[in-house]
Each structure stands twice: as C-alpha cells, then as structure tokens.
Design a protein around this ligand. Structure first.
Ligand SMILES: Cc1cc2nc3c(=O)[nH]c(=O)nc-3n(C[C@H](O)[C@H](O)[C@H](O)COP(=O)(O)OP(=O)(O)OC[C@H]3O[C@@H](n4cnc5c(N)ncnc54)[C@H](O)[C@@H]3O)c2cc1C
Length: 397
C-alpha cells in the first residue's frame, strides 16, 4: 500500500518518469510515481517513432507495443524529388499506450509504487528545503514526504518552476504540432516519410509514420514563432487533402515539443528534472522518448546513490547533470545550432540536398551523410556535427 514517506517521489509516469523510477528502485531506493492521468501513456501525444538501438537497453522488445518496423526513411524535397535512406538502423513505430505501461510495470517489478489519477499540485517545503509533494487524488488533497523529487512531468512541466528553476524557452524553441492517425490509406511498407519545404511546413516538416499497412500517424511540427500566420492544422489539412484525400481520421493530437538545448539548471537541492521537463529532446527530429530514457537512467541511479550517501544537495545531484552533459547534452547543443540553420533554409537548398542524397550509394546513405551535406559551407558546424556523431555512436556501444 502507499506509504506517507518515500526516499524519492517522481512526478509523471511517461518514459522518463518510469525509467528514473526503475533505476532508482533497482539501486535500492524506495520510490513513488505520481501520474495525473488514469493510465500511463494515455492520451498519446507522440508520433511514436523510436530506434531499436535507443530503446533496447531499457526494455526487452515486445510485439505487444510494436505497431510497425521501419527500415527506410524517404525524404521529399519541395520540388517533389525524393531520396531513400536505408542505412540508419532498425526503427519502430510504437503503441505508446502499451509501451508506457510496460515501462511502468518494469519499474514496479523493481519495487517502485505508482498512483494514477494523482495530480501533483505543489512541492512541500520546510525551512526553504523541499521535503515532499502535495497532490490531489480522487478529489482529496494529500501529501507525501521524500528526500528527492524528480520532475518528469513533460513539456508543460511545472515542477521545475515550483522549485525556482528557470524552465521557459523561446517561442522559436517550441514546435507546435498537430497529428492525425489516418486509416484507409496507401503507404509504403517499412518506410517513414518526411516532407520539407515552405509550402508544406515552413521551418519544420510533415511526417508519415506507418502503424500498419493501411494506417499511419501523419503530423506536422512548426516552430512556435512561425505558426501565428497560418497554423499547423491548416498546413496539415492541406497536405492530407492532397496526399490522402480519402483518409479517415481516427485520432487527433495537439502538442508541443521543446527544441532547445537542455535547460541550464536541471538539479537543485532535493530536486532533479528529466525528459521533456528538462528539455532533453533532439532539437532537429523532435524525438524525446529515447533521450528522456537515457537521462532518466542516469538521474535514477544518481538519486539512489544520493539516498545511500544521505546527500541530497545540488552539489551531489550534479553528478547527473555532468554525466548527461557528457553523454548527450553536448550533442544536443550541436543539434540545436543545426536546427537554427534548418529554420532558415531555402527550398532550393532542400532540393539540392535531396538531389545530392539520390547519388549516394544505398549502403552509405545514413543520417551522418545527410547532416554533413546540410551544413556544408559552414566549416565549424561541420566539424561539430562530425564530432557529435562520432561521440554519440561511441557512447551507444
Ligand atoms: C505530436 C508529437 C509527436 C512526437 N513524436 C515523437 C516521436 O516520433 N518520437 C519521439 O521520440 N518523440 C516524439 N515526441 C516527443 C515525445 O512525445 C516526448 O519527448 C516524450 O513523451 C517525453 O517523455 P517524458 O516522460 O519526458 O514526458 P511525457 O511522456 O509527456 O510524460 C509526462 C507525464 O507526466 C504527467 N504529468 C504532468 N503533470 C503532472 C502532474 N502535475 N502530476 C502528475 N503527473 C503529471 C503527464 O500526464 C504525463 O503522463 C512527439 C511529441 C509530440 C507532441
């Protein structure tokens, strides 16, 4: 049963929250997760695309939460030309409803507790020290005491702000997204598709992520500062009308994706932030599931070490921020610089990149080649990109 005190309380049971819970519990801490929705993973606000290499270290692959397998990425230039990328490793389109619950079950297996329909309202403080969480459960206000709070409450995170951490990002660093799950459509097997260009999605892209041979998540992300004139829904509706005129919409998602670098401050005394709450998302792809899980695994382990050593001060907890910085934080900053370039890229440049990609042999065409071509003409950025790729490859081994 739920206790009134835990070593660690985690707010949010998305991928970041449940991986943090699992690693903390596995390393000896008592852990409670608070999730405000009635079930983890619902409602889904995600295109559900992940790489096999990204998730495999955290959970055994299970057909229950795999909607489809992806082997090819097809790029559409503004002028209609296309290039297919084969050399990027296996990917999946998930069933996040099932996947998020599976991650929670894994945390529970290692001893973490979860309460759903538990909406965190504020932090508890004693003598300017965080000592727990106030939350609402089935209409009743409750409190739970702890030594460390982990904020894993997603893109709309409030936990950081409650702790006095500056969590706001610039309008241009939040993508506004709309996505439909479409049924009764013709799509290419094992292929994710991406459309670029100012008429389709200025400063962003349209994606098609197949969920079966006749259904797909089809969505768009526009940089916040570019979406006030003509919003993402209008662009997406135009796209769907053209490409899938007979499609039926079975699910609609509206959501934001942080596309900044990681927040400068992700720990303070007695508190840590992970996942979207810490802005640990790939600024170019908008993918945050794997990055959030990697960060959370570090945070969960450091939090458990803190419990063992009885050291809950920011100085100790910074082991998490420094390890994150080494593992992916630096790479994320490089990606952020690249994103700034992408935002202003002309249609002609996209056409040239896709034309260049068409000439690359099938077995050589991967993301590294694509990004290197995209930053051509900017030698410093080229070196940074090359370094970032080498480092991320080495670290994933
Ligand atoms: C349209 C769209 C498409 C995307 N596509 C992809 C993709 O294809 N691949 C990819 O990797 N990423 C994608 N992302 C990003 C991805 O969804 C996030 O990066 C990822 O879900 C972050 O995980 P998280 O655990 O940090 O946060 P979340 O998954 O958002 O989980 C946060 C949890 O905290 C809970 N919560 C919030 N506040 C409270 C509170 N006060 N009390 C209790 N619980 C609370 C929420 O209910 C939620 O369950 C997409 C995002 C959007 C919007």
């Amino acid at each position: 049963m739920v206790q009134d005190r835990y070593d660690i309380v985690i707010i949010g049971a998305g991928p970041a929250g449940s991986v943090a819970a699992r690693f903390a519990a596995q390393n000896g801490a008592s852990v409670l997760m608070l999730e405000r929705d009635r079930e983890p993973g619902i409602p889904v606000r995600c295109a559900e695309g992940v790489s096999h290499n990204g998730i495999a270290p955290f959970i055994d692959i299970d057909e229950r939460w795999i909607a489809s397998r992806i082997e090819i990425a097809k790029l559409h230039a503004p002028n209609g030309e296309t290039a297919k990328m084969y050399n990027n490793g296996l990917g999946y389109v998930l069933e996040r409803r099932v996947f998020d619950t599976a991650l929670c079950e894994l945390a529970a297996k290692h001893g973490a507790h979860l309460i759903t329909k538990a909406d965190a309202l504020d932090l508890l403080w004693e003598k300017e020290k965080i000592t727990g969480v106030k939350y609402k459960y089935c209409g009743e206000i409750k409190t739970v005491k702890c030594d460390i709070v982990i904020g894993a409450d997603g893109v709309e995170s409030r936990v950081g702000r409650w702790a006095g951490i500056k969590t706001a990002v610039r309008l241009e660093d939040i993508d506004t997204c709309v996505q439909y799950t479409l049924a009764d459509i013709d799509i290419e097997e094992n292929t994710c598709e991406f459309y670029f260009g100012n008429n389709v999605s200025p400063g962003g892209y349209v994606w098609i992520f197949p969920k079966s041979d006749h259904t797909a998540n089809v969505g768009i992300g526009l940089s916040g500062h570019l979406s006030h004139k003509k919003g993402p829904k209008k662009y997406l509706d135009e796209f769907v009308e053209k490409r899938f005129p007979d499609a039926k919409i079975t699910y609609t998602v509206y959501g934001g994706v942080p596309t900044s670098a990681t927040l400068k401050e992700i720990v303070r005394d007695n508190i840590m932030l992970v996942g979207d709450a810490a802005r640990q998302v790939n600024p170019i792809t908008g993918g945050g599931v794997v990055q959030g899980m990697i960060a959370a695994s570090i945070a969960g382990k450091v939090a458990a070490d803190a419990v063992r050593e009885k050291r809950f001060d920011a100085k100790f907890l910074k082991k998490y921020s420094s390890e994150w910085e080494k593992k992916l934080g630096k790479t994320q900053r490089t990606m952020f610089t690249m994103k700034e370039k992408f935002l202003t890229m002309s249609d002609e440049r996209f056409n040239n990149i896709v034309r260049f990609c068409q000439k690359i042999p099938k077995d050589k065409f991967g993301l590294k080649v694509l990004f290197t071509e995209a930053v051509k003409g900017d030698p410093k950025l080229m070196v940074d990109v090359a370094k970032a790729f080498v480092m991320s490859k080495l670290k994933r081994k």
